[in-house]
Design a protein around this ligand. Structure first.
Ligand code: PCA
Length: 198
């Protein structure tokens, strides 16, 4: 069988936390899902550097699809992101201590780009597993959005599809009074989302 190539990324912990649900789930995915062979990459929660790391890996791999996963603590569903915006507006410092406010991701770039992966089909596939899923119309304006916007800009009008999924906390993070999903459910949800890829 001819496999397509999927570059899938998860983030380091940030904000003083011990784990990041995105990497915990990504690193537990199998090597092959549907007709995709996965290459997994753990990336830093640093403006600019996150995208540099992904672009560098993609330069070598030449993936058909790049799917980045991030943690969105407080969300109650697995949420494929529809859009990346040209804005850096952070409430906390990134892992290099930078906290930009009202800055563009890319000087003179367009205001926004739509994701190029089939986000609605992803939601449907995840819902089939019984795990909560919904579309998200904002990836925020922190490092996840920065990454999504930069990749969408880079791969505009190319064959490389680019998308982003935010996942809730996992219960293994033991956050008090916060919605969480078992780690195994996040792995199942991401597997289902990958089944929606062309
Ligand atoms: N979530 C952050 C950055 C890293 C992560 O996992 C975000 O939503 O921007």
């Amino acid at each position: 069988m001819e496999y397509k190539r999927l570059l899938i990324t998860g983030f380091d912990p940030f904000g003083g936390e011990r784990l990041n649900s995105s990497w915990e789930a990504v690193c537990r995915l199998p090597e092959e899902i549907a007709h995709y062979r996965l290459t997994k990459l753990r990336i830093p929660v640093i403006f600019g550097s996150a995208a540099d790391a992904v672009l560098c890996a993609a330069h070598t791999l030449k993936p058909d699809v790049i799917l980045c996963i991030g943690q969105a603590g407080g969300r109650t569903a697995v949420t494929p992101e529809v859009i990346g915006i040209n804005l850096r507006e952070s409430r906390i410092a990134d892992n290099a201590g930078s906290q930009p406010v009202n800055e563009p991701v890319l000087e003179s770039g367009p205001d926004a780009y739509f994701s190029t992966v089939p986000v609605r089909e992803m939601v449907k596939e995840i819902e089939k597993t019984g795990i909560p899923a919904s579309l998200s119309l904002s990836a925020g304006a922190f490092v996840c959005n920065d990454l999504l916007y930069t990749l969408l800009h880079h791969y505009q009008n190319t064959q490389t599809l680019t998308g982003f999924i935010h996942v809730p906390f996992i219960c293994e993070q033991e956050k008090e009074n916060c919605f969480c999903l078992p780690l195994a459910d996040v792995v199942t949800a991401l597997t289902a989302a990958i089944h929606a890829l062309p």
